[in-house]
Design a protein around this ligand. Sequence first.
Ligand SMILES: [Zn+2]
Length: 307
Amino acid sequence: MDTEGRRRSTNFEDAGSDGGRGNGPGNLPLAALSAVTRTFGLRGVLVLGAVVGAGYLFAPAGVKQLIRGLLSDADGSSNTAPVAGGGTCTASPANARACDFSRVVLASTEDVWTGEFQRGALPSYGRPSGVYRVPTLVVFSRGIATGGCGDASSAAGPFYCPADRKLYVDPTFYEVMARRLRAPGDFAQAYVVAHEVGHHVQNLIGATGIRKPGEDQNQTSVRLELQADCFAGVWGHTARASLAITEGDLREALNAAHAIGDDTLGQSNAAEYTHGTSAQRVRWFRQGFDTGDARRCDTFAAARRQL
Ligand SMILES: [Zn+2]
């Protein structure tokens, strides 16, 4: 993937350290972290596609609306270095690169989804999709006060807040992906951003509030997550030429999708799955990447055995 000379999105905020929250990692509730660890049965590292109603990490207000991102570092410590000068992107060369890269990916998603909304090439959930309204990407370190989804710590991993239509990413997450989840590479990072943008698309088309009769919240969450993966794939397909996306990039994304499957993360009880198995995540990303058609991402129409 080539970022040189590509447009950088201006829908971008650097919230710095503890952006607006006023709490350091010392205030990160350890009980919350252990609850997360229990919930997902993992040691040290969590990777979450997204969770609806992640009440253990966020203030009660807005919890129901919250769709969480991908990963947490749940060993009770913070691997986030203090930020000098208050800017997350200026805290380190690695962060600066990650911020710049994320802005390129975000700009590309703006182009792709603006086009898809203009064509009306989207799954239909009884709501006109209208024009694509772009989300804002907020980078932060340690903690952040969202506009409607409560406070979050970096331990929550990347997430999307439907209430303020913002994506929240701590760039140190990418280091966790590379080192602890063995999902390195810039396109693995692009997948993370594109997946969160996928949750934004879901918010706009009315997929976020869907409840399948007879299915519980976890099962609905899996459908949402797999659709966000598929939407990330649609972005990759459509941006392939403009960003010079290679087969190696595709392998990085598929590797990342595999690394964060519920089963690969150690969840042995299928009833507890919230994001889908590695095989499902890879399959739905590929579905989007191979077809480039978001209408083929209707995980809510699929029978459970077809997910
Ligand atoms: Zn997700």
